[in-house]
Design a protein around this ligand. Sequence first.
Ligand code: THU
Length: 128
Amino acid sequence: MTLFEKALRVRENAHAPYSNFKVGAALRTKNGKVFVGCNVENAAYPQGTCAEAGAIAAMVAAGEHRIAEIWIVADSSETVAPCGGCRQKLAEFSSPDMIIVLAGLEGERKRRTLFELLPDSFSDEHLS
Ligand code: THU
């Protein structure tokens, strides 16, 4: 299965009873492993998590830490891009040239690098 197909499929499992907006994400690591995530909302709204966060958590739990490419699938007339918090989460495990593909149910719509979506980002380099 392609990353698009994996993201499309996991999107079906999203728990989004409050927004009714399902999102699926599938990422491939630099080591070639694939992890998926979907958004998981909560009755206490701020406790909900994005699809990207779920995929990142699965990746880290498996001992992987470097993302090469991520596909994000949502059903919207406007192309859906990751929220600011998820851009920052992705940056933690990516280089600026990491590929972020924004997709609708029909397939790819836009392709961006992490740098294009999050220039001048805060990172561990600022903590030293
Ligand atoms: N959402 C994601 O999971 N990823 C995105 O890139 C955009 C937004 C989720 C969060 C929330 O559950 C729902 O979409 C509506 O904001």
